[in-house]
Ligand binder design. Structure first.
Ligand SMILES: *Cc1c(COP(=O)(O)O)cnc(C)c1O
Length: 370
């Protein structure tokens, strides 16, 4: 019986399907940009900025070269650096933390809640007189508990920066992530839900002064050519990426709907006795950047699935406080038990645009036979 069953390979992720779905449109746009003779900060970039600001419901969007740039430039523009502390969840992707430390500020880790996001109930105990901001990461695509977080930020007059690299369009009580705090930071790295074909990022804000400062900063601190106001960076979004992002953005709603269908199936059909499936917070929406389950036998499960031809990824095996890069912060194993427990038990199942029903069946079948 078993032998008669078809063998398949289901990768953890594959980006070619998402390209194939709108191939003609992507190719036409690429040619249009190549033939235009304008490659940096032109009409495609300003059109994308306007469309993306509209998509999230923000007044301004400024295109940048990457998500990490969006983060560190956000803190730079807010004047947060050496001697300042920024609260951030312990179980995030390390880029969130780098966005803080590139400016010389100190990350103060907070344990995550049951939804893998910042545990708002544990925020207040970490606040000191040096605390200047909260970096909220809407991890895996689900909006964080923004009502509680904003209440605490207002009480202590803290800045709020949102890391929306995984949450394009995810909402909390109807409001899109990235629009709650002072600045929302986005990545359009190819594997993100709104992905470019190379590196790209952006910030969104309702504050016109912040938008203008970022706009100047991204282009060597110059407003007018060869007149430099501040020491800035080269973090420009290029025309090709902006044009291709416009194509993807115009289809994002149908793409997200397809992703939701796959994850609804996972939620309905995977065996809850065997795995801890992801929960959705009341009032929050999830755009399923990753479908993350938890298992005490995670490493064994990963090897078993590999053996069946099914790829999975661990997001993330080493929490930032235990990584070599942040050894200088002086943390050790046991410093953040919830964060560390997640690092040992999480597993992201195959999920990508254009995943077939047959591929989903295959994953569900072998998962449930574990
Ligand atoms: C991808 C990602 C980033 C960094 O974005 P890049 O465009 O790769 O620099 C930052 N934070 C989170 C949570 C991410 O997932």
């Amino acid at each position: 019986m078993e032998q008669a069953e078809k063998c398949m390979r289901v990768p953890a992720n594959t980006l070619d399907r998402g390209f194939a779905m709108y191939q003609r449109e992507f190719e036409e746009k690429a040619l249009e940009v190549l033939r235009s003779g304008r490659y940096v900060l032109g009409g495609e970039v300003s059109a994308f900025e306007e469309e993306f600001a509209g998509y999230v419901g923000s007044r301004h969007c400024v295109g940048l070269a990457s998500g990490l740039d969006a983060l560190w430039i956000a803190f730079r523009i807010l004047g947060i650096g050496a001697g300042d502390e920024v609260l951030v969840q312990g179980n995030t992707y390390i880029a969130s933390v780098m966005g803080i430390t590139i400016n010389g500020a100190t990350p103060v880790f907070v344990e995550p809640d049951a939804y893998f996001n910042l545990d708002a109930a544990r925020l207040e105990e970490k606040i000191t007189e040096r605390t200047k901001a909260i970096l909220v990461v809407h991890l895996y695509g689900q909006a964080s508990r923004m009502d509680e977080i904003m209440k605490i930020a207002e009480k202590y007059r803290l800045r709020v920066v949102e890391d929306c690299a995984q949450s394009h369009g995810a909402k909390f009580h109807g409001r899109t992530t990235g629009t709650f705090g002072d600045i929302g930071c986005f990545s359009f790295y190819p594997s993100k839900n709104l992905g470019a074909f190379g590196d790209a990022g952006a910030i969104v804000t309702d504050d016109g002064r912040i938008a203008e400062d970022v706009r100047v900063f991204r282009n060597y601190g110059s407003e007018k050519r060869y007149y430099n106001k501040v020491v800035g960076a080269n973090s420009r979004l290029d025309e090709l990426q902006a044009g291709l992002l416009r194509v993807r953005l115009s289809h994002l709603e149908e793409l997200e709907a397809g992703r939701r269908e796959i994850c609804d199936r996972y939620l309905r059909e995977l065996d809850r006795e065997k795995f801890e499936l992801p929960g959705i917070r009341e009032g929050a929406t999830h755009i399923w950047h990753q479908f993350v389950i938890r298992s005490k036998r995670r490493d064994e499960l990963k090897r078993y699935l590999e053996d069946k031809g099914i790829g999975t990824i661990i997001h993330y095996p080493i929490p930032p406080h235990l990584s070599e890069a942040y050894r200088y912060l002086g943390f050790r194993e046991g410093s953040f038990p919830v964060t560390e427990e997640y690092a040992k038990t999480v597993l992201s199942l195959p999920l990508y645009y254009g995943m077939t029903e047959e591929e989903q069946n295959y994953v569900i079948r072998w998962m449930n036979r574990f």
